[in-house]
Write a protein that binds this ligand. Structure first.
Ligand SMILES: C[S@@+](CC[C@H](N)C(=O)[O-])C[C@H]1O[C@@H](n2cnc3c(N)ncnc32)[C@H](O)[C@@H]1O
Length: 490
């Protein structure tokens, strides 16, 4: 024990010396070594010794974060800073202990990604969103057949599992007056957002270099494929600096990669959220779009959480729906234009042919003219039978005409009239989930159905499974039930 204490003291002195000499990289290594030794070994029973150890640990955590920040890593956690302030003020041992525990928790969260939002959800999203930590799951960046680079699973991932947790480089929010944000307010929001990004880049060269790796939408095939490790907060790789970033290129990068919180999958964990935000998150920017996506995103504070909304196979490309997948082809085409993309996913290719059919055009016109939804569903199902459209093809079209299906199945009057002539509710939901993965509207209608017809254990388990696909495994079973109840009113 004494030998160890001496070793720890030597390490601490060495780390501090390196830190003072501004030899950031070596001081990080020395502090890491010190932290590992101090946290893995028996804690001293003498209260004075314990307080000394906690104080040293606080300083070590904080100085290491500071050194990382000096090297240009944006992720120095606020908690480490608080720890320093407090330890310098000679805080009491209980507080120091609290900070050390908090630091250790962050490190653990970042390594394992074992995030649990249950308490926050169960309390009805009271107070500030929980503090999360950066996490990268089993994924890598590779060349994609969709376009440029994409993100791929490196092992099988089951639905609901965490893929990325990442904090925004910058975010700007605006309060929504009515339903939409006025054009002026949007412009102001974008301007503030860009200013924040520019400010960050000035302060943090590493961030500037990482942003420089993102696509500006031009010549994606020629872009280099970065190693995902350079995005890890603890990465010490010395990247070759790209120097000043051209403002024109920066604007193009922000245009291609920024995400808004109004997306279909956002805004789901907090109710009555009247904020509308825009932000830039680095790693999620490598995820390509598909109309049959296999991951979803959630916004918790400034963090973006990406989780699998379907089971994924090792080697499979990870895709996100940049816009609402539960609508017809031409609507999706319109929305994809704002992203400058022409989606060629299997669903789009299949529907391109189907939407040329006169019968489908008539259904679309019928819907526009207010034709009864039950009738629309019946017609479409009959046509699909006649054209021998089955399996995935059938599910694609059902997803495209979701608005008609959801209205029909939610209306008692409609179900009385058409119920026996249209597919059973369970079969319908299963087929749509199969193509678009978990979606909060599917969950909502499933819950309504359960409430109406009373569901047993099997039905409840099915709803919980779908809920995990929609919200991820960040919410445990008990809290998930609260969420399910809330989602009926969502
Ligand atoms: C957020 S980035 C995705 C990663 C990008 N492929 C890269 O190499 O950095 C968005 C850009 O990727 C391309 N992209 C994403 N999904 C696509 C799709 N389904 N079809 C065609 N291009 C797509 C478009 O150029 C789009 O502007």
């Amino acid at each position: 024990m004494e030998e160890l204490t001496e070793q720890m003291q030597n390490l601490r002195s060495k780390a501090t010396e390196l830190f003072i000499r501004e030899e950031w990289k070596d001081s990080i290594e020395a502090y890491s070594h010190f932290i590992t030794l101090s946290t893995q070994n028996q804690t001293p029973s003498d209260p004075d010794q314990l307080q000394k150890l906690h104080k040293s640990l606080c300083i070590a955590f904080c100085n290491r974060a500071e050194a990382r920040f000096k090297l240009g890593y944006p992720y120095a956690l606020e908690c480490f800073r608080t720890a320093l302030v407090d330890s310098q003020a000679g805080g009491n041992s209980e507080m120091l202990n609290g900070y050390v525990e908090k630091c250790k928790k962050f490190e653990f969260l970042s390594r394992t990604g074992s995030i649990d939002l249950s308490d926050w959800v169960a309390s009805g999203f009271q107070g500030k969103a929980p503090e999360l930590a950066e996490h990268i799951g089993p994924v890598q960046i590779r060349k994609s057949e969709i376009s440029g680079r994409g993100m791929f699973a490196t092992k099988n991932i089951d639905a609901g599992s965490l893929i990325l947790v990442t904090k925004a480089i910058a975010m700007e929010r605006s309060i929504l007056g009515g339903k939409d944000l006025s054009e002026d307010a949007q412009l102001v929001m974008w301007k503030n957002f860009i200013d924040k990004v520019v400010d960050f880049i000035r302060k943090c060269p590493k961030t500037r270099d990482l942003i420089g790796k993102l696509s500006s939408g031009e010549d994606e095939e020629g872009l280099e494929v970065p190693d995902i490790d350079i995005f890890r907060p603890e990465s010490l790789e010395n990247m070759e600096s790209i120097g000043e970033i051209d403002m024109g290129k920066l604007f193009a990068i922000l245009d291609v990669n920024s995400l808004t919180e109004d997306a279909v999958s956002a805004n789901v964990l907090r109710k009555n959220n009247d904020c509308y935000g825009v932000g830039l998150w680095l790693l999620p920017s490598f995820i390509n779009h598909s109309c049959c996506a296999n991951v979803r995103r959630l916004h918790v504070g400034d963090y973006l959480i990406v989780h699998a909304s379907k089971d994924l196979k090792a080697g499979e490309e990870i895709t996100l729906s940049y816009f609402d997948p539960l609508c017809p082809l031409h609507k999706r085409r319109e929305m994809s234009m704002t992203w400058g993309i022409h989606c060629k996913c299997k669903r789009c290719v299949f529907e391109e042919e189907m939407f040329l059919k006169q019968e489908i055009k008539e259904i679309e016109i019928g819907l526009e003219r207010g034709m009864e939804c039950g009738g629309v569903v019946y017609k479409l199902e009959e046509h699909m039978k006649r054209w021998n459209v089955r399996g995935k093809g059938k599910a694609y079209l059902r997803a495209s005409f979701w608005s008609a299906y959801s209205e029909a199945y939610s209306s008692d009057r409609c179900m009385k009239r058409w119920g026996r002539r249209i597919p059973a509710f369970d079969a319908l939901i299963d087929s749509i989930i199969d193509v678009v993965g978990g979606d909060h509207r599917l969950l909502k209608i499933l819950m309504e159905e359960l409430k109406k017809n009373g569901g047993g254990f099997v039905e409840m388990e099915k709803a919980l499974k779908l809920a995990r696909e929609v919200y991820g495994k960040v919410v445990k079973k008990k809290a998930m039930r609260t969420l399910l109840e809330l989602c009926i009113g969502a």
